[in-house]
Design a protein around this ligand. Structure first.
Ligand code: SAH
Length: 487
């Protein structure tokens, strides 16, 4: 029988782009992939044809033991398969990769280890903490915070306390309090800077910083969960300057991923906290007639475009009409449906009026039920006949990520509002949670950025100061404006 082989591959801390080229190639060639719970689904996308085995979670909620994993590697290799054992971070750092290698060696199965970006260094780094820094520390010690009970040579925490360099503790959540007290009783100053970084490199990365004395209670209050890394040492202070700015984004789930990626491209750390959901509304019975009456149809959001064009009657009714999209994003959404539209030079009722003047009389808005009405009100004053069909309703999202953000609002550097409803629903939810005062304090302290005038008006109504508004009303322009603000 053909002999298979096994690659023990490091996948990095979780961001698929932090995988090595070799890891990526081997994955695409693998016939069997065994992976851990902590890895991103994205790494496994497009691996059609390979057998994917989640060894962190199997039938009946029973987690595979290390022996079972070793056996599975051996079995598949002996079937002649090319097997990738994909492991978080680096395979040989607290990853039991060595045990798997020895098991394969024992059966004479050829294997190769492929190093990965280890979380021990990358996770602090992604949070703005260099693990060494000239003039501050010249040593780095990496330990596990969660030792197997009954080990022969347990970690000597008082020896660790006497090393004055950087200490990185992996698997550090469950015994955080015990471990930091051990360091303090071992003689490390309670005032030593310390930070805990949760889910480094993931979209929901968070960092809590403090000192050895208070980091455990701070982490507990913030509800820090594994995977997380504790960093102790002077280098933690560098994060004040080097940490990426944390930007809270409130868009509905469907747009969140693209926006978060764009924010990351601009060097911000996106915190995804959808504050609104869009719920389709039933269309009116006289839809066809009202479409016929209009000589111009205005769309004010990409969401509106996508919802409207899912409907055949609307599609047909748009023929031969002047179609207006309020901004470039809405126009791109229309482009995707092969519809040409015009964009006013300025996103305002004035801009719209200039575009429509002497060209049409009956304007139909297809948009959200709650969107700001100032555009249409002003056009009406300018003598145009306005009709308005609400396509969807904006409701509070009920998303747990929003509640989490509200609870930790003081950790946010930038609040980015992309519509008036994202702002309104954030404040409403904070009121429901009884956390309005702390949210307002956080807004006061942070940079508040809005995509355009209607959103700015809404924030004014809510009593929130606005710091940044781009000239062009797109999310990307907002990111550019924020970058300038920080420069
Ligand atoms: N071999 C891995 C470590 C495995 S031990 C590596 O080299 O990175 C698992 C521990 O790693 C977790 O308990 C946590 O402390 C840390 N860890 C892994 N990925 C992490 C991430 N994205 N964010 C924070 N900690 C992470």
């Amino acid at each position: 029988m053909a002999r298979g082989r096994v690659y023990l591959v490091g996948a990095g801390p979780g961001d698929p782009e932090l995988m090595t080229l070799k890891a990526k190639r081997l994955l695409s060639e693998a016939e069997v992939v065994l992976f851990d719970r902590l890895l991103s689904q994205e790494m496994l996308n497009g691996l059609d044809g390979a057998e994917l085995i989640d060894v962190g979670k199997t039938a009946g909620n029973h987690k595979m033991t290390q022996e079972e994993i070793n056996q599975l590697l051996i079995d598949r290799a002996e079937e002649g398969k090319v097997v990738v054992r994909l492991k978080g971070g680096d395979p040989y750092l607290f990853g039991r990769g060595g045990e798997e290698a020895l098991a394969l060696l024992g059966r004479g199965i050829p294997f190769e280890v492929v190093p990965g970006v280890t979380s021990a260094i990358a996770v602090p780094e992604l949070a703005g903490i260099p693990v060494t820094h000239r003039g501050m520390t010249s040593s780095l010690t990496i330990v596990t915070g969660h030792e197997e009970p009954g080990k022969d040579s347990p970690l000597d925490w008082s020896a660790l306390a006497r090393l004055n360099g950087t200490l990185v503790v992996l698997m550090g959540v469950s015994r955080l309090e015990k471990n930091v007290s051990a360091l303090i009783s071992g003689g490390r100053s309670p005032e030593t800077p310390a930070a805990i970084v949760e889910k480094g490199g993931w979209p929901e990365q968070r960092m809590i910083s403090g000192t050895l004395k208070n980091i455990a209670s701070k982490a507990k209050d913030a509800g820090i969960e594994p995977p997380a890394i504790l960093v102790v040492g002077e280098v933690v202070k560098l994060a004040d300057q080097l940490a990426p700015k944390k930007m809270a984004i409130f868009r509905p789930d469907a747009q969140m991923k693209d926006s978060a990626e764009l924010a990351r491209d601009y060097g911000f750390q996106a915190i995804c906290a959808p504050s609104i959901s869009l719920v389709k509304k039933p269309l009116p019975d006289d839809l066809a007639r009202r479409l016929m009456m209009a000589d111009c149809v205005v769309f004010t959001s990409a969401n509106g475009v996508d919802m409207a064009l899912g409907n055949d009657a609307i599609r047909a009714g748009l023929k031969d009409k002047l179609i207006v999209s309020i901004g470039p994003k809405t126009r791109r959404a229309l482009d995707k449906h092969s519809l040409t539209s015009e964009v006013p030079e300025e996103y305002s009722s004035k801009g719209l009026e200039i575009l429509l003047r002497n060209r049409c009389k009956n304007v139909l808005f297809l948009r959200s039920a709650q969107g700001s009405r100032y555009l249409s009100d002003d056009l009406r004053l300018a003598g145009l006949t306005i009709d308005d069909i609400p396509l969807y309703e904006v409701t509070g999202s009920g998303d747990p990520r929003l509640d989490n953000l509200i609870r930790n609002a003081c950790a946010v550097d930038i609040f980015a509002f992309t519509s008036s409803s994202t702002a309104r629903c954030l404040v409403e939810r904070a009121c429901e949670l009884g956390l309005e005062a702390s949210l307002r304090a956080a807004l006061e302290k942070a940079v508040v950025a809005v995509i355009g005038k209607p959103t700015a008006t809404e924030l004014e109504r809510l009593g929130v100061r606005v710091d940044v508004m781009p000239e062009e009303f797109t999310f990307e322009a907002l990111l550019q404006a924020l970058r300038r603000w920080y420069q």
